[in-house]
Design a protein around this ligand. Sequence first.
Ligand SMILES: Cc1cc2nc3c(=O)[nH]c(=O)nc-3n(C[C@H](O)[C@H](O)[C@H](O)COP(=O)(O)OP(=O)(O)OC[C@H]3O[C@@H](n4cnc5c(N)ncnc54)[C@H](O)[C@@H]3O)c2cc1C
Length: 388
Amino acid sequence: MERTIFDEEHDLFRDSWRKFVEKEIAPHHDAWERDGVVSRDLFTAAGALGFLGMAAPTELGGGGVDDFRYNLIISEEIQRAGVAGSGLGITLHNDICLPYFLSLTTPEQQARWVPGICSGELVTAVAMTEPGMGSDLAGMKTTAIRDGDDYVVNGSKTFITNGINADLVITAVKTDPTQRHKGMSLLIIERGTDGFERGRNLEKVGLHAQDTAELFFTDAHVPVANLLAGPEGTDGEGQGFLHLVKNLPQERLSIAMSAVAAAAQAVAWTLEYTKDRQAFGQPVASFQNSRFWLAEMTTEVQVAQVFIDRCVTELNAGRLTAEEAAMAKWWCTELQKRVVDTCVQLHGGYGYMLEYPIARSYVDARTQTIYGGTTEIMKEIIGRSLGV
Ligand SMILES: Cc1cc2nc3c(=O)[nH]c(=O)nc-3n(C[C@H](O)[C@H](O)[C@H](O)COP(=O)(O)OP(=O)(O)OC[C@H]3O[C@@H](n4cnc5c(N)ncnc54)[C@H](O)[C@@H]3O)c2cc1C
């Protein structure tokens, strides 16, 4: 089915981003997977060519085009090249972190941070999860207690994407620990702040090139000027949960987009492999069982693609709801998990060997139904909207 959401400028953007991925990411991917982190040069190289901060105003170094189709293209080409672990940091930076800096900041804060975010000199992360809390955000324990012109931050975060490379960490804190949702605020905590230390770069099942780290805060003094603002110039204290609720739909759509792109690529690799691989004197693809699997997966990916394209259109129009984003997130990531598992099966033993991209796709996929809100939490969001 022909996709109708892209214009000529999107096609040109795709061509240049595809070349960038082939030249600047793919040749380094194996090394970065071994290192457990991508080079920071990746961010500055991407920034120099306009692949960071597309939605930011041009006067702050951005592309001046708030159009999530560009983010979709970036995600699709990363999956197409089989470099999910190396690409996740860029999509997190563009799709998930940037909106906080554009919509919840004062002009002074924007002038301080957005140019560096667009050039890639300032790498971003968002830190919500703590060792004792993930899904139940309002139960977080990290505190930020006002002391003159500073907040004094104590606590820890874990599983933080870009955790090693990040210069600016959007950190969810309790400015009023006696409250749940209403006590939460968002502070930008900068690299080099006294009392802010990074812990381990965690060893994960997949996405090895992605640095996923622990962060520790011990009497870290963070200026009040680093608090993200509330709407209409209110100071933002106690508004952290509302900020997250506002931004999480875009985060979830970003993950859903990558899931469908990864599933589509897995089917493409499998089709190619099974047409070539012989068993009992015939191509593996020609067994009726293989044909049915390939037919089912192709159908489901196509159906998901139509939904994703529509969700991107809705997001661009400011209409994508939290429930729709939750639907996209849970359904597309569960689809990805099923598809890559079947694709491994169709590859036989080679599907379990990391030299085949399907094997890496399999381990990279597993976290997709967990981070950004688990499948169960997505269903809770949708269920609540049904009044049940
Ligand atoms: C690779 C990776 C990268 C990540 N990156 C980031 C990041 O950049 N920033 C960040 O803040 N976090 C990040 N996370 C954390 C991620 O968002 C959390 O792991 C996730 O939200 C789940 O929280 P949890 O691990 O504490 O699980 P828990 O909340 O302990 O959940 C455990 C299980 O209980 C289920 N459960 C919990 N509550 C309910 C309920 N009400 N009803 C039904 N079932 C429920 C869950 O669905 C899950 O199956 C990352 C995680 C991973 C694995």
